[in-house]
Design a protein around this ligand. Structure first.
Ligand code: GAR
Length: 196
C-alpha cells in the first residue's frame, strides 16, 4: 500500500499532530507528514514540527483574527499541493475552511472535533458539554464540508462526564481518545484511497 501524504493545519499545542507523528513512528500508520501550517506563529504545533524536522509554514491571515481570507486559503492549497499532500488534516485549526481550500482538496479535508457531533459543534465543545450537564461526550473525526463541523463522520469515541470534572479534566479525557481515533480514522481512509 502506498504511503499516504498528510498536510496538517493547527492553531494550538499540536498534541493531535504529535499523536499522528507517534503512530507513524510506531509503524501503526503508513503515512508521512509532508507539511504543517499554522495561523498562529507561536503555536506549539510549529515547535513540534521543527523538533521533528517536519517542514512547516505560517499562514498569513492578513491581520484577521478569526476569518480565513480567501487569498490565505489559496496559499495553503498551493503550499499543500506543492508538498504533494493527499489529505489535509485539521488538528486544532480554529478557522472555518471554505470553498477555495475545499475545492482544491475535494473530500480530502478531515477534522477532529472534541464532541460527539452533531452535539456541540463550534468552539470549546468540552465546555459546552460540561455546561449542558450531559452524562457522556466524546470526539469525532469527520470530513470537512462548508458548514461548521457538519461533514460526514468517519469515527467517534465516547467519553464519560464525571461528577468531579472541570473543563480541563474533561478536555484531557477527550484528548486521550482523540489521539487514539485520529490515527485509526486515517488508517481507514488510507485503505479506502488505496482501493480507488
Ligand atoms: C483538540 O481538542 C481538537 O479536537 C480541538 O482543538 C484541540 C486541539 O488540541 N478542535 C476543535 O475544537 C475544532 N473545532 P491540540 O492542538 O493539542 O491537537
Amino acid at each position: 500500500m502506498r504511503t499516504i501524504r498528510l498536510g496538517v493545519l493547527g492553531s494550538g499545542s499540536g498534541t493531535n499532530f504529535q499523536a499522528l507523528l507517534d503512530a507513524i513512528a510506531a509503524g501503526e500508520l503508513n503515512a508521512q507528514i509532508v507539511l504543517v501550517m499554522s495561523d498562529v506563529p507561536q503555536a506549539g504545533i510549529l515547535e513540534r514540527a521543527q523538533k521533528a524536522s517536519v517542514p512547516y509554514k505560517v499562514i498569513d491571515c492578513r491581520g484577521f483574527t478569526t476569518k480565513f481570507p480567501e487569498e490565505a486559503q489559496l496559499e495553503v492549497a498551493a503550499a499543500m499541493r506543492a508538498a504533494g499532500a493527499d489529505l489535509i488534516c485539521l488538528a486544532g485549526f480554529m478557522r472555518l475552511i471554505k470553498a477555495p481550500l475545499l475545492n482544491a482538496f475535494p473530500q480530502r479535508v478531515i477534522n477532529i472535533h472534541p464532541s460527539l457531533l452533531p452535539a456541540f459543534p463550534g468552539l470549546d465543545a468540552w465546555k459546552q458539554a460540561l455546561d449542558a450537564g450531559v452524562a457522556e461526550t466524546g470526539c469525532t473525526v469527520h470530513y470537512v464540508d462548508a458548514g461548521m463541523d457538519t461533514g460526514p463522520h468517519i469515527l467517534q469515541a465516547k467519553v464519560p462526564v464525571l461528577a468531579a470534572d472541570t473543563y480541563a479534566t474533561l478536555h484531557a479525557r477527550i484528548q486521550e481518545e482523540e489521539h487514539r481515533i485520529y490515527p485509526a480514522a486515517l488508517r481507514l481512509i488510507a485503505k479506502m484511497l488505496s482501493l480507488i
